[in-house]
Design a protein around this ligand. Structure first.
Ligand code: GDD
Ligand code: MN
Length: 390
């Protein structure tokens, strides 16, 4: 009987770009002690999908060695449902990793997930597929759009759910504000949108990982009402809240690391600028005129910053554009942008100090902060832009 199991994918949590077959949809059902639900959900999903999708979809149960032998029951079902596959994990655990391993085992061009406990109404599946066919990269069943809701949730549970969403908005606004229901566990995503990206699955919220790391242009949402469980019990504990916070922070850091690197390089530039200004203009040193010294010091600081940014901050981009001519181009652009930044710096300083009446050091600090953002973004978009060379 064992030979019917689908092998557990191993290695990094990465989805390959090529779907190995012509299948349209791979739908994952993560399970842990769902013996009371698995037969019913497989039947409902098959009945729903067969009319329009027969032969073009697969259902993949990923079970973490459930004590109630859910995987055994699922394996029995494969005789009746040839589109059903079963992955039985004995070492790795956890909902998010189960979903990713399932996608790795899958062959579809669209990768989806639905809870196996019937709390997510399977009927919504067809609407999600319609969204994908209309061109969405990510289609999410949401409790917070028209037609959505929760059934008999206590005030506390609603509050915790909304609180978690608010926390996400604070830490990861540019990702969370695109999702009306970032906690959803029922969605599908185009393989091409997440292929090649290393996913780092912590806890329960695989959707946030996908939305943050994937190339998602268009998001479709379909309302649904979260149902009460009929059989089995929820595996959510307080530990999931901590993992959620850890997940948000990890994503924040990984998304901001380029900017942090850019700021660190900026600091080395300040040291170079200060040091040279001292060497060149100080009466005890070379005693050159101040303006001339400052120009030389600034230019050398710019060269310093450019080299570190080229090597380190934007190193991944540089390696794709290695020729000396391309590097020279980047250097010239970087120089011009820094110069414009300097002008902007002076204008802002004047604005904050003379017009808004801010304290001069606070005004200078604000001006520097804004110019740092400016320098970063414009350089990212112009100097180290990834141009598709054919
Ligand atoms: N393989 C595997 N391993 N499956 C798991 C694990 C695990 O460690 N933990 C839970 N599951 C399976 C359950 O068997 C169920 O099919 C599904 O994942 C959801 O688990 P529940 O414990 O029922 O979670 P919930 O109902 O509280 O929350 C679900 O719905 C929310 C709303 O969409 C989850 O999908 C949440 O992520 C989601 O926010
Ligand atoms: Mn559930």
């Amino acid at each position: 009987m064992d030979q019917l199991l689908t092998p557990v994918p191993t290695g990094p949590f990465q989805i390959s770009a090529q779907s190995p077959s012509a299948l349209k949809l791979s739908l994952i059902l993560p399970t842990f002690n769902e013996s009371g639900n698995i037969s019913e959900i497989v039947k409902i999903l098959s009945d729903l999908l067969d009319p329009a999708w027969a032969g073009r979809y697969e259902l993949i149960v990923v079970d973490d060695n459930s004590p109630d032998r859910t995987w055994k029951i699922a394996l029995e079902l494969t005789k009746q449902y040839p589109q059903l596959k079963v992955v039985h994990r004995e070492t790795e655990k956890g909902l998010s990793t189960a979903v990713i391993r399932g996608w790795q085992a899958g062959q579809g061009e669209i990768l989806g997930v639905i809870d196996a406990d019937l709390q997510h109404p399977p009927e919504i599946l067809l609407q999600l597929l319609t969204e994908m066919e209309r061109g969405a990269d990510l289609a999410i069943a949401s409790r917070h759009v028209e037609g959505g809701g929760v059934s008999e949730w206590s005030m506390i549970r609603r509050f915790l759910s909304r609180g978690a969403q608010m926390l996400g908005l604070v830490i990861l606004p540019e990702v969370i504000n695109r999702l009306s229901d970032p906690m959803s566990g029922f969605f599908m995503v185009r393989r091409s949108a997440i292929a090649g990206v290393t996913l780092s699955p912590v806890g329960y919220k695989i959707l946030i990982e996908v939305a943050a790391r994937g190339k998602i242009r268009w998001i479709g949402e379909v309302g649904y009402v979260f149902r009460e469980r009929q059989a089995g019990e929820s595996k959510v504990t307080w530990k999931q809240y901590l993992e959620y916070l850890q997940h948000l922070i990890r994503l924040r850091l990984s998304r901001s690391s380029r900017f942090i690197q850019f700021c660190l390089v900026g600091l080395t530039g300040v040291v170079v600028d200060m040091g040279l200004l001292f060497l060149l203009s100080d009466p005890s040193m070379l005693a050159l005129p101040l303006t001339r010294s400052k120009i030389i010091a600034s230019e050398l600081a710019i060269i310093n910053n450019f080299l570190w940014n080229d090597l380190w901050t934007f190193g991944d981009i540089t390696r794709r554009q290695p020729s000396k001519r391309q590097q020279l181009k980047r250097f010239i652009k970087f120089n011009l942008i820094c110069l414009a930044g300097l002008v902007l710096n002076v204008i802002l300083l004047n604005l904050f100090f003379n017009v808004f009446g801010l304290n001069r050091y606070l005004a200078n600090f604000c001006a520097i902060a804004i110019v740092t953002f400016w320098n970063f973004w414009v350089n990212l978009k112009l100097s180290w832009r990834v141009t598709e060379v054919t």
